[in-house]
Design a protein around this ligand. Structure first.
Ligand SMILES: *[C@@H]1O[C@H](CO)[C@@H](O)[C@H](O)[C@H]1NC(C)=O
Ligand SMILES: *[C@@H]1O[C@H](CO)[C@@H](O)[C@H](O)[C@H]1NC(C)=O
Length: 502
């Protein structure tokens, strides 16, 4: 499977699986499999720890992307507001933060198609992430309204006469003003034919579900540009997330700076000299390796019999044999690139790509199955590894503590501003950040999971051969611009809809 082409159906599936596993997340939040986790690729690991990265490789991996001749598109037509609003559009968005982000962009587009006034989207409480933060807790709502003020009308709340139109009102009965049947990737015409009449009769239409409910193809250019504008200009995180993000970025860039009240791990020895290739630079690694994902893949992650048993049991309880993957052997799954990489494997990939042990790594991650036992192998290869916890003081973390959406927002922000971003896990976060960085022409490495799976199966390969194959297999996966193909997401592939040739 190619990461970048990871489609929405699959991304939704992951969310879907997570939803089902919710009831077990308490039980699975610790690692019950008591055996210590041994490295799975100890031969490679030994060589990787002792690696000497040639200067040429080091300078190549840290060098920024060259200009590829594309720049952000500017809409030719001056935006105009409709003379009169057809009514209010309300959307209820489920999924995690990055799925909701796409929903917000689509909601603006649908309101524009219908000449309607948009009510600030309602973010549903996600049963897995359980963060009740509202749009305004996450995004700068005044900035949002201001950037779009010439395109559509937006209100923070419904006026008094429509205040009955709430989530609770729709939860308890079938209502005429609720649209619950929008097809996946519906056309503009579908909205004109099915939602406009509701607006005209009632003055309001509430659309739910609304995830992935607007087509990526056959829409007027202005509507596509508007979606880009929402995603890439109008959606900014609230000031306290940006301020904290900037502080973390500063600490990653100049680690000698004042430590103040920063977390305990922060004052690590700085080994990079002033003139080395990566001085002041950092790479963000997005790694999702939680129990749901591990179990869902049905792969073997080297935790021995206890882990195998625990994951099989988890699969049985949650998916009850409905998983296709469990029909394949670990070897088959690996050679098809269907196994998420473990922290150890991601470490080997990064080491082979040419990151030496002075590389500063920011780990954007929620929860790693196996915890520190699993992360320690990665840390062995990259001792200067940081995360939100090690970089921010407990005081700084107080406002976002336990709030999954805000934690994700912070990781998104730091990931967006990193010198290099690499996501080891396909999904909405990967897609959103990859798309945004493409727009800004920033270096982004996309792991080749098929190749990595095959290399990790080979138990006799020497480090030099492994390294060579990894470098070769990732030459064209470092941010080279890929044009969107039909059906692909405009948010993952911003060219050519949001960008044009300079
Ligand atoms: C929206 O407004 C524009 C211009 O004001 C008009 O041309 C268009 O037909 C309107 N569309 C709808 C669905 O009302
Ligand atoms: C493992 O890699 C080595 C070196 O590239 C190669 O000669 C050998 O055939 C590979 N083994 C398998 C089972 O693919």
């Amino acid at each position: 499977m190619e990461l970048g082409n990871h489609n929405h159906a699959a991304a939704t599936l992951v969310t879907f699986c997570l939803l089902f596993s919710f009831t077990f997340s308490h039980a699975s939040s610790f690692y019950p499999e008591l055996n210590p986790i041994k490295p799975r690729h100890s031969r490679l690991l030994r060589s990787a720890v002792q690696r000497e990265t040639p200067t040429s490789q080091l300078s190549e991996i840290w060098s920024p992307l060259e200009n590829q001749g594309w720049k952000p598109v500017e809409s030719r037509n001056k935006p105009t507001l409709p003379e009169k609003s057809e009514g209010y559009i309300q959307v209820f968005l489920d999924g995690g933060l990055n799925q909701q982000r796409m929903g917000i962009c689509d909601a603006v587009a649908v309101a524009k198609i219908l000449n309607a006034t948009l009510v600030i989207p309602y973010l549903e409480l996600n049963p897995v992430w359980r963060d009740s933060s509202s749009f305004m807790d996450i995004f700068d709502v005044d900035h949002f309204i201001d950037v779009l003020k010439d395109d559509i009308s937006i209100v923070k709340e419904l006026p008094e006469e429509y205040s009955w139109s709430t989530r609770e009102y729709y939860a308890i009965a079938v209502r005429d003003t609720r649209i619950n049947n929008s097809p996946v990737h519906a056309s503009a015409n579908w909205y004109l034919e099915n939602v406009l009449p509701v607006l005209q009769s009632f003055g309001i239409a509430a659309i739910s579900p609304f995830s992935h409910r607007l087509s990526f193809d056959n829409l007027p250019m202005d509507i596509q540009h508007l979606r880009c504008k929402v995603n890439l200009q109008a959606l900014e995180f609230v000031p306290h997330i940006r301020t904290l993000g900037d502080a973390l970025i500063n600490r990653l860039r100049s680690p000698q700076g004042s430590a103040g009240e920063i977390g305990s791990n922060y004052l690590q020895e700085v080994t990079d000299g002033g003139d080395s290739k990566n001085a002041g630079k950092f790479v963000v690694l997005h790694l999702r390796f939680d129990k749901d994902m591990a179990a869902h893949s049905a792969c073997d992650f080297g935790g021995g019999k206890a882990e195998k048993f625990a994951l099989a049991k988890y699969r049985q309880v949650i998916w009850q044999g409905r998983l296709l993957n469990s029909q394949f052997t670990d070897e088959e799954l690996r050679s098809q690139g269907r196994c998420p990489m473990t922290p150890e494997e991601v470490g080997l990939l990064l080491a082979a790509l040419g990151f030496d042990n002075s590389a500063r790594l920011y780990l954007a991650s929620h929860k790693v199955y196996g915890g520190e036992a699993r992360i320690s192998t990665l840390r062995q290869l990259f001792p200067l590894m940081e995360d939100k916890k090690s970089l921010a003081s407990s005081y700084e973390r107080f406002q976002i503590k336990g709030k999954a959406s805000l934690l994700t927002a912070l990781d998104y922000y730091v990931g967006l501003h990193s010198d290099i971003f690499i996501s080891a896990s396909p999904g909405n976060m990967h897609n959103a950040v990859v798309g945004h960085r493409t727009y800004l022409n920033l270096k982004t490495i996309r792991p080749n999971l098929v190749l990595m799976g095959q290399l990790f199966l080979n138990k006799t390969m020497e480090w030099s051969e492994f390294e060579h194959a990894v470098v070769e297999g990732h030459q064209n996966r470092q941010g080279q611009l890929r044009l969107r193909k039909p059906k692909q997401s405009i948010y993952t592939y911003p060219a050519p809809d949001c960008m044009c040739q300079a």
